[in-house]
Design a protein around this ligand. Structure first.
Ligand code: NAP
Length: 310
């Protein structure tokens, strides 16, 4: 979960020139997503789409990032409204991107919620699964025409799709994704069982997409345990775990370090398409069914309330 055996990665030096590229980051108004946009912007892509739940949030974040940039030629940062818990909002956002971009080189599926109370998306899916997985899977599907066009027509194209999974995928039900829970609030799975199920789905989807689309490089990653808003919003978590999480949040990895794995996966040459990386650049942390290393958590899947690895 921490970075002891990570590959070294320094965004300033190791992100190559992004000249000409178009990048899109979801959940980019705060936390890891916002840091990603800042790091990319320092390497001069032609356009970054900054997606957030509302246009106001996206616009505010874009303005703040521009103020932090020292570069003379600040790239265009376009705010994009997308609520991942609404498939109509996802569809509208994807249509905007397809209509207004001629290419898409890096798609960073970063947004997420953890340990939310039981609930449903506006389309009736379990809230964490619908937000973390279904919204992003639909978004990617609708962006395929532009991703495929980029891969096919841009010389030396290097199309990447990076998804934020989590070490927390080990808290998924031990049978894997329970399909008959997905149209319910899945209360019996517990807040971390639901989170784990959504993050396991991301790992398995990434593998399958890599097989289906060999012209892209896909990866799913765990960023480490990073000091962001994620734990503050984990209001479905048992109070003891929330309290511990909030205390731990003071000492865990800062966001400028925690962002490294997803940035690495989006630019490094030696990324193996379909792989799950935990921590920076280290693959093989989970088996073919997505059963990750989880010392002592055997059997906690169905009712797992652990928060150790978010
Ligand atoms: N931090 C960690 O230790 C850790 C560990 C493992 C995995 N991760 C993963 O890393 C990713 C980024 O999280 P973070 O740590 O940076 O947390 P964060 O600061 O809470 O950021 C999460 C982002 O997702 C957005 N989001 C949530 N629900 C959304 C929705 N319905 N529609 C659109 N956007 C939505 C949030 O928007 P609002 O501001 O509007 O809520 C926010 O921009 C998540 O996928 C998380 O699961 C984080």
């Amino acid at each position: 979960m921490f970075f002891g055996n990570s590959l070294p990665f320094n965004p300033e030096q190791d992100i190559p020139s992004l000249a000409g590229k178009v990048i899109l980051v979801t959940g980019a108004n705060i936390g890891l997503g916002k840091q990603c946009v800042l790091e990319y912007a320092r390497h001069q892509p032609s356009l970054i789409w900054l997606a957030a739940r509302t246009l106001d949030k996206a616009q505010t974040a874009a303005d703040e990032i521009r103020q932090q940039l020292e570069v003379k030629n600040t790239p265009t940062i376009k705010p994009l409204a997308m609520d991942l818990s609404s498939l109509s909002s996802v569809t509208t956002a994807a249509r905007t991107v397809v209509a207004e971009s001629s290419r898409l080189d890096i798609l960073m599926l970063n947004a997420g919620i953890m340990a939310a109370p039981p609930g449903l998306t506006s389309d009736g899916y379990e809230l964490q699964f619908g937000t973390n997985y279904i919204g992003h899977a639909l978004f990617t599907k609708l962006l395929l025409p532009i991703l495929e066009k980029t891969a096919a027509t841009i010389p030396d194209a290097d199309v990447r799709i990076v998804s934020l999974s989590s070490h927390g995928h080990v808290y998924a039900p031990k049978e894997g994704v329970l399909f008959d829970t997905l149209r319910t609030d899945a209360e019996s799975l517990g807040a971390y069982g639901r989170y784990g199920q959504s993050k396991l789905a991301i790992i398995l989807w990434t593998r399958q997409m890599a097989r289906k689309y060999p012209q892209f490089t896909l990866a799913s990653i765990h960023p480490g345990v990073v000091r962001t808003n994620l734990m503050n919003n984990a209001t479905g978590s048992p109070w003891v775990i929330r309290l511990l999480g909030m205390v731990a949040n003071k000492v865990v990895t800062p966001v400028d370090q925690g962002v490294k794995n997803q940035l690495w996966a989006s630019v490094a040459r030696d990324v193996k398409s379909g792989e799950y990386y935990e921590p920076v650049g280290i693959g093989g942390a989970t088996d073919a069914e997505g059963r990750g290393r989880c010392a002592g958590c055997e059997g906690v899947g169905m009712d797992g309330e652990g928060a150790a690895g978010v």
